[in-house]
Design a protein around this ligand. Structure first.
Ligand SMILES: NC(=O)c1ccc[n+]([C@@H]2O[C@H](COP(=O)([O-])OP(=O)(O)OC[C@H]3O[C@@H](n4cnc5c(N)ncnc54)[C@H](OP(=O)(O)O)[C@@H]3O)[C@@H](O)[C@H]2O)c1
Length: 317
């Protein structure tokens, strides 16, 4: 797969990365270590070299599985590992404690990209305490780059002023054809500032592939049962887009997932990290790069997605 430089970093990453929330064993159903290892092995075989995880995913299990797989497969010098710190562990003492736990679980000396999972909601931790501690981790060589996730643009902008020798290189946010809030002010800011948007839920958690309908929902214990995108109202709204994605997939000889991801990879400032539960999904998602929708097809898809995104509601009661 083609590689690109991840924004202002020196990391040359595969054009499509991979999310490892699916290794948590709770939110997305059970998964064994051997299954997770098989996903990582196949993903790397087809060129994926960037993996995203987080401390909260399965309370460390995702980090443990990912780190162990990379170690056992002898891949450490071929892949980049991004992880996140819990949004309520942003005091200095908590960061210093967590980063050690995370390095141990991942089995690495330095974490390639360390992201704040979400801004502190309950603890009122001053943002500069957090940012200065992250900078300290970079200075100590425990972390190579720092990023944020789910930050409003104003907080992100302010957080950067707390740093002296480093900068925020990535912003991880929900972004896919039908969840487009980042279009309003975040993406213009990131493009202007040279910060990469790492797009989480780039497949809208599978909705864009057309596999889920009000009659065919994910398993009862699956995290998606409580996701507002999976209400009958929203699934029906998205359906014309699914049909257009399927039409394009047939025309280009691709799959719906590949079309939905290809819409994202056209923009050099957007970096998708689709989650995969099986080796087959990892292979399919890697096939989203290396080709391009025509300008007309891209624009039509973009417009249709935007129009539907404006009618989706997250209010469920
Ligand atoms: N920063 C944050 O707050 C945050 C939040 C969410 C996620 N993330 C990160 O972003 C990553 C991706 O987001 P996500 O997992 O929420 O959503 P996603 O990538 O949009 O959807 C992943 C799900 O879609 C299905 N899928 C994947 N590839 C497919 C394919 N080729 N064909 C058909 N179905 C396919 C799989 O579910 P089924 O097989 O069950 O359909 C998979 O579990 C996560 O793993 C995590 O690393 C970050």
């Amino acid at each position: 797969m083609e590689t690109v430089r991840l924004g202002r970093t020196d990391m040359r990453v595969s054009r499509v990365g991979m999310g490892a929330w699916q290794f948590s064993g709770d939110a997305w159903g059970a998964i064994s270590y051997d299954q997770a290892k098989a996903v990582v092995a196949r993903a790397v075989e087809v060129g994926i070299n960037f993996f995203d995880t987080a401390a909260v995913y399965g309370r460390g299990r995702s980090e443990e599985y990912l780190g162990r797989a990379i170690k056992e497969l002898g891949l450490r010098d071929r892949v980049y590992i991004a992880t996140k710190i819990h949004g309520e562990w942003l005091r200095r003492i908590d960061i210093l404690t967590s980063v050690e736990n995370q390095r141990r679980r991942l089995g690495v000396d330095a974490i390639d990209l360390y992201q704040i999972h979400w801004p502190a909601c309950w603890h009122n931790t001053p943002i500069c305490e957090t940012m200065k501690t992250l900078e300290e981790l970079v200075n100590k060589g425990l972390v190579r780059y720092i990023g944020v996730s789910n930050f409003p643009v104003q907080l992100l902008d302010y957080a950067r002023t707390c740093l002296s020798r480093t900068d925020i290189v990535t912003s991880q946010n929900r972004y896919n054809l039908v969840e487009r809030e980042a279009d309003k002010e975040l993406l213009p800011y990131l493009r202007r500032e040279g910060i990469v948007l790492i797009a989480w839920s780039p497949l809208a958690k599978g909705v864009l592939t057309g596999k889920y309908t009000p009659e065919n929902l994910p398993a009862f214990e699956d995290v998606r049962r409580n996701d507002p995108l999976f209400t009958p109202h929203n699934l029906k709204l998205v359906w014309p887009l699914v049909e257009e994605i399927r039409r394009l997939a047939a025309a280009y000889g691709k799959t719906p997932a590949q079309v939905a991801l290809n819409w994202l990879v056209r923009d050099p400032w957007i970096y998708p990290i689709p989650g995969a539960k099986t080796p087959e999904q990892a292979v399919e998602n890697a096939g989203a790069a290396g080709w391009m929708l025509s300008d007309d097809d891209w624009r039509r898809l973009d417009r249709l997605g935007w129009e539907i995104s404006q009618r989706i509601t997250y209010v469920t009661w």
